[in-house]
Ligand binder design. Structure first.
Ligand code: MRU
Length: 354
């Protein structure tokens, strides 16, 4: 069983498992204000769309606690400022803006008449976001079960497990549920260049869960499908546009194309918090460009010549046409996604406000 948590709220401090050092060192960082939280998101101490969202929500809690404001209007102004800082930390995962917006919404409730009540409400909302996450992930796992054959052989990209969420995981949560129901035979783990979320983090989680796995290079997926056999690909996402185009870790698009060429179903696990109905298609999604050093170096070793030109897009867009279905906590969306996704998002909203 897993004994780690990606983040934990402890007596006014946000304790983060520092994912930069896993699997070789288990270190925790205590974050005490919104600046430290924004830095932790930028530097990928924490990563994965749902985990980033929950972390940013606690960033606002810390901002509220540190603020010296004596009236609600001043405290709300400080929260707005902190929200700007947190939103700018990473651009692609919609969960970041979604969680910040949700806490701000709560903070603007006119019934909150003094700063203590406002601070308590902000904490309560952040805790609700964190608590809902595990439930959401478990529901996705159960919805996906009928899609999974017996003795299933998966390919998974990046890391979408407990580390990428508050608990349980999205795409890895689906694999986990399949395992709990005796359906998961093997997981091929894309290493996920350049930061190795697959070989470092996903393999570490699968090892602890007792799920059989093999790490493969990202470029090996075609060969593995052709020679060993793969039943399905399951990946997470950072933002899903209204038409189903999906932003996820760089390499996801390549995997989807190879899956199509081999008639392997390609599923996206998407909590409704990752669906952005304001974007009509994937061309509108901002793709984060990360430092060249992530490509020129492996660890501390410089592997390219000095001055080599590098592009390092952290995500790509998989066109909806390559996606067999999108699994949400409210059920499964099939094409046409611009009809099925809004329906499931509306259901989630209805449930939350009931
Ligand atoms: O750059 P990262 O590690 O934050 O990218 C993470 C991914 O691309 C995940 O697949 C996605 O956020 C879903 S996590 C449940």
């Amino acid at each position: 069983m897993t004994t780690y948590a990606s983040l934990e709220w402890r007596d006014g401090v946000l304790r983060m498992l520092d994912q930069r050092y896993i699997p070789h060192r288990i270190e925790y960082l205590d974050l005490r204000d919104q600046h430290e939280v924004a830095e932790a998101i930028r530097e990928m101490v924490v990563r994965g769309a749902p985990a980033i969202g929950a972390t940013a929500a606690y960033g606002l809690v810390l901002a509220a606690q540190r603020s010296s404001a004596h009236d609600v209007a001043a405290l709300r102004r400080d929260l707005m400022e902190a929200a700007e800082l947190l939103r700018a930390a990473r651009p692609t995962a919609v969960n970041l803006g979604w969680a910040v917006e949700r806490v701000l919404d709560r903070a603007t409730d006119p019934k909150l008449e003094d700063v203590d009540a406002l601070r308590a409400a902000v904490l309560q909302e952040a805790q609700a976001i964190a608590e809902e996450d595990e439930q959401t992930n478990r529901q996705m796992g159960l919805h996906a079960l009928p899609l999974i054959p017996q003795e299933a052989r998966f390919i998974h990209h990046c890391n979408t497990g407990s580390l990428a969420t508050v608990a349980y995981g999205t795409a890895l949560g689906i694999i986990r549920t399949a395992h709990e129901h005796g359906k998961a035979k093997h997981v091929f783990v894309d290493e996920t260049r350049p930061r190795f979320q697959g070989s470092r983090l996903t393999a570490w989680e699968l090892e602890q869960l007792g799920i059989p796995y093999t790490i493969i290079m990202d470029s090996a997926s075609g060969h593995v499908m052709r020679t060993l056999g793969v039943d399905l690909c399951v990946v997470g996402c950072d933002r899903v546009a209204r038409n189903g185009d999906t932003a996820n870790k760089i390499g996801t698009y390549n995997l989807a194309v190879v899956a199509r060429a081999h008639n392997v179903p390609f599923y996206v696990a998407a909590p409704t918090s990752t669906i952005d109905l304001t974007m009509s298609n994937g061309n509108l999604i901002v793709i984060e460009e990360r430092p060249a050093r992530e490509v020129t170096h492996v660890g501390d070793e410089h592997i390219t010549m000095d001055g080599a030109r590098v592009a390092n897009p952290a995500f790509d867009i998989t066109p909806a046409a390559f996606i067999t279905a999108i699994v949400t906590e409210m059920g499964i969306a099939y094409p046409p996604y611009d009809e099925s996704l809004p329906r499931l998002v509306a259901l989630a909203e209805e449930r939350r406000t009931r």
